[in-house]
Design a protein. Structure first.
Length: 233
């Protein structure tokens, strides 16, 4: 058994344990393997271990990797999620090559993704990134601006607004971790109450996965706990 397969088993076990504690079915939580900085070979190992959803932050690296994996496994259906910051001049390849985008924070970006999504592809699944901790250094729409953005994005053709994403301020204390995720869940429930058909909370990473699942995450984004520590050089 490869290290990646062992790590995937451990992460799935952690999700199952947290889901059990929250009295939720573990299958309601999608594990998104964040493969940024790791090569196509690492993705292929994860696929062999049953993983089908992958998250990427850096566009050119991701496009090369998607092509390489597809060449190796032409019959295998994988789901690719873009989870990095989006520049206006990069929207076309994102719209063309990804199934999900988690980091929409401006209407202008959503409009470009909508206009550039090719005919014949399913609608592009969208999460709105919320700056839930109010950090100046973090991307994301403010909670106050979220409802207007959500209503605007929900109207756009070729996009399907699925839910919300956040990267809270790092915390080691479980109670404080949960509090940040609970704030995101409250915003999500508020939008649902206003009639938006949302079904996705993308929250939680390697260090706060359990807190996220306890607070209702439907997608957790896990990289280092699966692939190992990253070398950004």
């Amino acid at each position: 058994m490869s290290t990646i397969e062992q790590n995937l088993q451990a992460v799935r076990g952690s999700i199952a344990q947290a889901a059990d504690e929250a009295q939720r079915p573990a299958q309601d939580v999608t594990l998104l393997a964040v493969s940024k900085t790791f090569g196509a070979d690492a993705v292929l190992q994860a696929v062999q271990a049953g993983q089908t959803a992958f998250g990427e932050n850096y566009l050119q690296e991701a496009l090369d990797k998607i092509a390489a994996v597809k060449a190796s496994l032409p019959q295998t259906v994988l789901t690719w999620h873009f989870i990095g910051p989006i520049q206006s001049n990069k929207t076309r390849p994102i719209a063309e090559h990804f199934d999900w985008v988690h980091t929409v924070e401006r209407e202008k970006i959503a409009v470009r993704l909508s206009e550039q999504r090719p005919d014949g592809l399913p609608d592009l699944n969208i999460c709105l990134q919320v700056n839930i901790s109010g950090e100046a250094s973090k991307s994301g729409v403010t909670p106050a601006e979220l409802p207007a953005l959500a209503r605007a994005v929900a109207q756009l053709p070729k996009l399907r607004l699925r839910g919300l994403m956040a990267i809270p301020e790092p915390e080691t204390d479980l109670t404080r971790q949960r509090a940040a995720f609970a704030r995101l869940r409250a915003l999500y429930e508020q939008l649902r109450a206003e009639g938006l058909a949302l079904d996705t909370l993308s929250m939680g990473m390697s260090a706060d996965l359990s807190a996220a699942v306890l607070e209702g995450a439907t997608i957790v984004r896990v990289g280092s706990a699966i692939f190992g520590s990253r070398n950004y050089s």
